[in-house]
Design a protein around this ligand. Structure first.
Ligand code: SAM
Length: 232
């Protein structure tokens, strides 16, 4: 689990849709009106969310690290959405400065160690205005799982709260290890603020779209939704 290649290999296994077919309805509380907007779905997976945005009136480009996912997305939603294989840890040179009005980045950044690179690119792609909508795992849940003896503590290691740490979470019928990073709350905000965004929305929904059954009301919510607005 060293780099994006491990994440790509993990997701390439799951061209058979492993429940990751959700649209982006759950993002509505932080999503601006997308009608007529140019939207980048950064880490689009199998493309259902991209199609949701297109159905809402946006012109959408979906990019993803997994070639298998990009091909599956193109096959199913290619009539309405343009899809490309791209790595958010690299410059997105394919796109010009200011070529988007909105970036949606849903359940992707947990796989990325350094968030400065993608947020700097998002700022460039948005130009002087626009927004980034982010859906991420809740930092406290990641921390508690690593600290606890629960089944989710796959590494059996204690977390160091202030650090950005790599860990693995079993996923799917074979318990394949999903490479992930956890980080302190401040590191959820700093890269976006450093890139020139302001925090416009910050919500902790009670349960996420992919794991409703696992929600435990006695523990912190599993997900965070945020919107960062560009201000120059
Ligand atoms: C859990 S899926 C989320 C898909 C979709 N956004 C959703 O919310 O349903 C995570 C996706 O992020 C992609 N991904 C992970 N790291 C990435 C990177 N460095 N660049 C681009 N995509 C990445 C994976 O290939 C996978 O398709």
């Amino acid at each position: 689990m060293e780099d994006a290649a491990d994440v790509e290999a993990f997701y390439d296994q799951f061209e058979e849709r492993l429940g990751l077919t959700g649209d982006y309805e759950h993002l509505e509380p932080v999503l601006p009106d997308v009608s007529g907007k140019r939207v980048l779905d950064a880490g689009c997976g199998l493309g259902a969310g991209s199609q949701y945005l297109a159905d809402s009136g946006a012109t959408v480009v979906g990019v993803d690290l997994s070639n298998e996912h990009v091909e599956a997305a193109r096959a199913e939603y290619g009539a309405d959405v343009e899809f490309h294989r791209m790595d958010l840890t690299e410059p997105l040179d394919h796109f010009d400065d200011g070529s988007f009005d909105l970036v949606v980045c849903a359940l992707v950044l947990a796989h990325v160690e350094d968030w400065d690179q993608p947020f700097a690119e998002f700022a460039r792609l948005l130009g002087g205005s626009g927004s980034v909508v982010v859906h991420v795992h809740h930092p406290f849940v990641d921390y508690l799982e690593l600290e606890s003896d629960s089944a989710d503590n796959v590494l059996g290691e204690a977390a160091e709260y202030a650090a950005v740490e790599q860990f693995g979470r079993p996923w799917g019928p074979d318990g394949a290890i999903m490479p992930m990073y956890r980080r302190p709350l401040g590191e959820y905000l700093r890269p976006a603020l450093d890139a020139g965004f302001v925090l416009a929305e910050f919500l902790e929904p009670g349960a996420g779209p992919h794991d409703t059954e696992r929600y435990d009301p006695d523990r912190p919510p599993r997900h965070l939704l945020a919107r960062f607005d560009r201000c120059e």
